[in-house]
Design a protein around this ligand. Structure first.
Ligand SMILES: Nc1nc2c(ncn2[C@@H]2O[C@H](COP(=O)(O)OP(=O)(O)OP(=O)(O)O)[C@@H](O)[C@H]2O)c(=O)[nH]1
Length: 597
């Protein structure tokens, strides 16, 4: 296809504003898929996506559109996720696009994520086409939404604001025309050496690693011997093609086009998203700038159940390839053996990865309490970065600790402003600034990441009935008064249950924890004292009751010798237990996990 007839664009929106529905409609109206196929929401095909009804992975599809002028155009559509935890995926999709459809739900109006995505698109130099969706709904407030969009940005004043129903298809033909009229064709040089951006990748069990590429300059043919520029790695070029939406082999991908390359690589570590692909024979002089790597905000340990360590390792490697914002490193716990310390963008991301391990690899993992990375300054003047509570230094060796803070922008309606501010306060937020954004209020807070990483977003959604939204960026590290909580069961420390909290929250949290553990730790024949220890002191204690009555302490009528015999047996049990032997089920970990939720 001639470059002037290609359009690469993404659809961006707040969660549930209808991106996937519009993507399906576009595929249907360009006859990329039949109506029957599109019923099943083709793009959201991961099991987790169907379970949650949200898009997690970006997907790409090539459509051919015959415009009103009678000419055929190639539309490469990139579907993007809407949840805050996946904004990294959004920015990757945008780097491969020239235009973005900004979709706004007429029943909800402009939301903070709409604003955030718009900013990202403009930062990437994209043309933005605002589209109001769900105009068929009885609750649609089309005019008000249009006003909100006009207030949003002067940047796209020259663009029309289209009104559609992605569900019924009303107005979608105008969107298809506007894509050609309004979005630019890719800029790129046909004659220059090959330069292609790897904007995504997946692992296929049969084909190995498949790179998703956008040809920035030159041409990639099925015969081009290619080179990955980051590690100077030569690839035997296996197969190239495009997404129709199934992978469909082609002889060449030309400048401006989007497609895939089967790399033949098997090692999931070998390819990084953001890398540049060029030709071995006539390489380009300079690689593309690539992406900033995603910064993990939350860490948790993943441990295999039933000794499936190697299966878990392989699954995690493959997932990390498919999701470059997911990081991992090997770690060992005394209580659980070898496992992985995994890094996530947020707690929802953690849940998604757990579910993908379950759905795609049939693996269940024990998950330890999530935490952030602490910067620990020791009295010896050494500084440690600690993202695993097991490795948190002994308290007497610590000079001071710093924790990561974020700049958080909360956009909310006036009606729930008080509740939102109270929520931020209770999570140690410092209000920095407040501004009006049309009908909405924008609050700028400085918040410890440990306070927002877990349940903050859910709590915010619940008190605002789903309307308030949150954008966060990493700010810096700052001093934090935090302590490590260790859990002893029957006088033995269970390392994998350790976690870090703010000192002021420690008394209440430890009390809640031991109460929960009382009901989750599997009982034995003898009572097991369970303690939460902070800086060497027991902050809270319960006894996990025994399975049977403790004959030695209750006042049953037994002979003294029988009582003594029982006591002897129990003390033997006690000694054995002190060395190990609490069965750690996910329920036990949930007791810690739920404290932060
Ligand atoms: N009434 C009405 N409902 C719509 C329309 N478009 C989408 N919906 C509904 O809105 C809900 C969300 O639509 P999706 O297409 O899954 O939203 P999305 O933006 O892709 O969501 P994420 O992938 O989670 O970001 C679904 O229940 C759709 O059926 C529309 O034009 N009118």
């Amino acid at each position: 296809m001639e470059i002037s007839h290609i359009r690469n664009f993404a659809i961006i929106a707040h969660i549930d504003h209808g991106k996937s529905t519009l993507a399906d409609r576009i595929m249907e109206q360009t006859a990329t898929v039949s109506q029957r196929e599109s019923k099943a929401q083709l793009l959201d095909d991961l099991a987790v996506e169907q379970a949650h009804g949200v898009t997690v992975k970006s997907r790409t599809v090539r459509n051919f559109y015959t415009a009103a002028d009678g000419q055929e155009y190639e539309y490469n559509l990139i579907d993007t996720p809407g949840h805050v935890d996946f904004s990294y995926e959004v920015s990757k999709s945008l780097a491969a696009s020239d235009g973005a459809i900004l979709l706004v739900d007429a029943t909800q109006g402009v939301q903070a994520q709409t604003v955030a995505n718009l900013r990202l698109a403009l930062k990437n130099g994209l043309k933005v086409l605002p589209v109001i969706n769900k105009i068929d709904s009885a609750m649609a407030e089309v005019e008000q939404t249009e006003q909100q969009i006009k207030q949003l940005a002067v940047q796209f004043l020259d663009s029309p604001i289209l009104k559609i129903s992605a569900k019924t298809g009303l107005g979608v033909d105008a969107v298809l025309e506007a894509i050609k009229d309004y979005f630019p064709a890719p800029a790129g040089q046909t004659k220059a050496p090959l330069k292609a951006l790897v904007f995504d990748s997946v692992y296929d069990p049969f084909k190995g690693i498949i790179a998703y590429v956008r040809i920035v300059d030159g041409q990639l043919t099925a015969k081009t011997p290619v080179l990955l520029m980051a590690h100077d790695q030569k690839l035997p070029n296996k197969e190239i093609g495009s997404f129709m939406p199934q992978l469909t082999a082609l002889d060449s991908l030309n400048v401006g086009e989007v497609g895939y390359l089967v790399t033949g690589l098997k090692d999931p570590q070998a390819l990084r998203v953001g890398d540049t692909i060029t030709s071995q024979t006539t390489p380009t002089a300079q690689a593309l700038p690539g992406y900033e790597p995603a910064k993990s905000m939350v860490f948790a340990g993943f441990y295999p159940k039933d000794d499936h360590y190697h299966d878990l390792q392989l699954a995690i490697e493959k997932l990390a390839l498919n999701d470059s914002s997911f990081h991992y490193a090997a770690e060992v716990s005394d209580a659980l053996g070898p496992g992985f310390r995994c890094g996530f963008l947020g707690i929802f991301h953690l849940q998604i990865i757990r579910e993908r391990l379950h759905d795609e690899y049939q693996l269940d993992v024990l998950t330890t309490a999530p935490n952030v990375t602490y910067r620990v300054h020791l009295k010896t003047d050494d500084t440690l970065m600690v993202n695993n509570p097991i490795k948190f230094p002994y308290f007497a060796d610590i000079d001071y600790v710093e924790e990561p803070f974020s700049n958080a922008t909360i956009t909310t309606g006036n009606d729930v402003l008080g509740d939102v501010m109270q929520l931020a306060d209770s999570h140690k937020g410092q209000l920095v600034d407040m501004a009006n954004q049309g009908d909405l209020i924008e609050l700028h807070y400085r918040l410890p990441i440990s306070e927002i990483a877990y349940d903050f977003f859910n709590a915010l959604k619940s008190i605002s009935h789903g309307y308030a939204t949150l954008e966060t960026t990493f700010a810096d590290y700052d001093i934090a008064d935090v302590v490590k909580v260790e859990v002893n069961v029957n006088y033995a420390t269970v390392d994998a249950l350790s976690f870090i909290v703010h000192r002021e929250d420690a008394p209440a949290m430890t009390q809640k924890l031991v109460e929960k553990l009382k009901h989750t730790i599997p009982r034995k024949l003898y009572p097991m004292p369970t303690q939460a220890i902070v800086e060497g002191k027991s902050f809270a204690r319960v006894d996990v009751p025994p399975l049977r009555k403790n004959a030695a302490v209750n006042g049953e009528k037994r002979s003294t010798s029988k009582k003594q015999a029982l006591l002897r047996r129990q003390s033997v049990n006690k000694r054995q237990a002190a060395q190990s032997d609490v069965t750690l089920s996910q329920d036990v970990f949930n007791a810690v996990l739920e404290l932060s939720l």
